[in-house]
Ligand binder design. Structure first.
Ligand SMILES: NC(=O)c1ccc[n+]([C@@H]2O[C@H](COP(=O)([O-])OP(=O)(O)OC[C@H]3O[C@@H](n4cnc5c(N)ncnc54)[C@H](O)[C@@H]3O)[C@@H](O)[C@H]2O)c1
Length: 371
């Protein structure tokens, strides 16, 4: 199969859909890897890295879209890219179609088959191609929060780990899922005094069993939150209610109860944010002050560490990409119900029920699509 990897063109996107190692694995199995010139530069991969792995460097995106059987990307195809998709071509990338009728229309009109990273599932009810980005954002949260806590950045001037004779920063993590657990691990590793709040008792049991000696956990109620944030130097927002906007767990009035210069890092900002005063920011201008409390609310945190994010995403996508290339998408999806869960579009029809419901469009059963 010819696997094409164009340069990402969405603003501020530095990741790339295929690493040189993934290209090498595909080539070793007899496939062709076609990578657009400069596609890996934002993630620190040169064209030479790709050619050394056996990939071919292609000058333009147009040539890649015209020749590849499968297009592997990171972000949803932009309008210009969607025009180049062809009937029978396979697209494997993040799509997020439910809130995006224009993209959905264009993908249906193209006749392509599109498998969305975000709806591929695993045996543990997880989303294995979303999880790596939650891991990255979670681990990044205490790092950016620690920087924001510095005096020159508007923070309280508190060091995460303290020093001998001076206590550590107090960090509260709201939500103990993928983001929250990784955030708590790193904050505790920096020496902070960390408490994770969650509403799921099984999750709290897991956190207690695995991390009981590393950080504390508590059942999440409005009362527990009010008590903990009074004393907190940093609060990390990491809650998720699937399919719903994030619940607002700290009101503007409550900012007055917090210590001046304390920091809120709202990772859940991509679902609307879990603090009343959160509004999405960018890497270029990431923090702002409301009533003396510093807010960090970057909606695409993994972009800050494009190299780590690219490799982490590539590790998760590569086995699926290889299965699609080796077997063809129909057989690969027939053999793996989790990959079939990723099928969103085929030959002018939606094949993912939640997207159809959100956009009021007919859906063909994915099982029928692979017949
Ligand atoms: N900003 C970014 O760049 C970025 C990157 C990755 C993920 N995210 C977002 O981070 C959020 C968390 O993602 P995740 O992968 O950790 O989700 P997850 O489902 O693994 O974890 C969410 C946790 O929140 C808990 N929760 C729900 N309601 C709660 C409440 N009221 N109080 C306390 N806990 C509550 C759930 O029990 C669950 O354990 C999502 O909104 C996700 O989209 C943002």
């Amino acid at each position: 199969m010819k696997i094409g990897c164009p340069t990402e063109i969405k603003p501020q996107e530095f990741r790339v859909g295929m690493t040189p190692n993934a290209a090498g694995e595909a080539v070793a199995r007899g496939h062709q890897a076609l990578v657009q010139k400069g596609a890996g530069l934002g993630a620190g991969f040169s064209d030479e890295d790709y050619t050394a792995a056996g990939a071919q460097i292609i000058e333009t995106a147009e040539e890649i879209f015209a020749t590849a059987d499968m297009i592997v990307k990171v972000k949803e195809p932009q309008a210009g890219e969607r025009k180049m998709l062809r009937e029978g071509q396979l697209l494997f990338t993040y799509l997020h179609l439910a809130p995006d009728p224009k993209q959905t229309h264009d993908l249906l009109a193209s006749g392509c088959t599109a498998i969305a990273y975000e709806t591929v599932t695993d045996d543990r009810d997880g989303l294995p191609l979303l999880a790596p980005m939650s891991e990255v954002a979670g681990r990044l949260a205490p790092q950016v929060g620690a920087w924001t806590l510095q005096k020159a950045n508007g923070g309280r001037g508190v060091l995460m780990g303290g020093v001998p004779g001076v206590g550590p920063a107090k960090v509260v993590v709201m939500g103990g899922g993928v983001v929250g657990t990784h955030a708590a691990k790193i904050a505790a590793g920096m020496g902070a005094d960390v408490t994770v709040l969650d509403r799921s008792l099984p999750r709290l049991k897991y956190l207690d069993d695995v991390f009981g000696g590393t950080f504390k956990n508590q059942y999440s109620t409005a009362g527990a939150t009010a008590e903990l944030i009074r004393d907190a130097d940093m609060v990390i927002g990491a809650v998720l209610i699937p399919g719903a906007a994030a619940p607002k767990l700290i009101s503007r009035a409550q900012l007055g109860d917090m210590k001046p210069g304390a920091v809120l890092v709202d990772v859940a900002i991509d679902q609307g944010g879990c603090f009343e005063t959160s509004k999405a920011t960018t890497h270029a201008d990431p923090i702002y002050d409301v009533d003396g409390i510093m807010h960090y609310c970057v909606a695409n945190m993994p972009g800050a560490v494009a190299r780590t994010s690219t490799i982490a995403l590539g590790n998760a996508t590569m086995p699926f990409m290889l299965a699609l290339a080796d077997k063809g998408w129909k057989q690969a999806c027939a053999d793996d119900a989790h990959l079939l869960a990723g099928l969103n579009v085929h030959a002018g029809k939606l094949t993912y029920y939640a997207v159809g419901e959100a956009l009021g469009l007919d859906v063909m059963s994915p099982q029928l699509a692979i017949k």
